[in-house]
Design a protein around this ligand. Structure first.
Ligand SMILES: Nc1ncnc2c1ncn2[C@@H]1O[C@H](COP(=O)(O)OP(=O)(O)OP(=O)(O)O)[C@@H](O)[C@H]1O
Ligand SMILES: [Mg+2]
Length: 159
């Protein structure tokens, strides 16, 4: 069950961060938007790798820094099977109009899962859509290998 209160992990390795991604994956329902916040190298892509793997995605997961968006097909669990997982990285986004070009609002309307690296960039525009579930994950490097990871649901009922 997804926690209604914010929750936190202390990760000591990329593998532990992937495991946090897998745990978050187990809470997913259709039409969920996950905002990932954290500096360069904080472990955002690593967390998504664990999340995608838990959804039965076998392709390699890399940051879509140049293409802005990668699309995967979810294989499991049954409740999500066949839905798209979109992985966005807004690091290079210069302006709100690029979000339109990207068609983020259309991606969001397909009922799948959208995960956004550098979600800080959305402060320029806000989130152009109301998903059923809106979550934020914040990664903070504490040392070379240690990361604090904080999960918070921004869903209306827990806001
Ligand atoms: N506990 C940890 N969790 C995640 N990554 C870790 C951890 N300890 C060390 N690392 C290293 O930190 C780097 C994290 O890279 P990753 O691409 O996941 O970060 P990112 O937040 O997506 O960066 P970017 O902003 O460039 O997209 C990797 O080289 C990884 O091996
Ligand atoms: Mg990344």
């Amino acid at each position: 069950m997804r926690p209604t209160e914010p929750c936190e992990w202390l990760s000591h390795s990329p593998e532990e961060t992937e495991a946090v991604g897998a745990q978050i994956a187990s809470w997913l329902a259709p039409d969920t938007l996950i905002l990932l916040v954290g500096t360069l190298g904080a472990g955002k892509t690593t967390l998504i790798r664990g999340l995608a793997h838990a959804l039965g995605i076998t392709e390699p997961v890399r940051s879509p820094t140049f293409t802005l968006v990668h699309e995967y097909r979810i294989q499991q669990p049954e409740a999500l099977r066949g839905l798209p997982l979109y992985h966005l990285d807004l690091y290079r986004m210069q302006s709100a109009s690029e979000l339109h070009t990207l068609g983020l609002d259309e991606l969001l309307e397909r009922g799948g899962i959208v995960v956004i690296e550098w979600a800080e960039r959305l402060q320029m525009t806000g989130v152009p859509y109301e998903p059923s579930h809106l979550w934020q994950v914040t990664l903070t490097p504490l040392s070379d290998e240690r990361r604090q990871i904080r999960f918070q649901s921004l869903d209306a009922n827990t806001r």
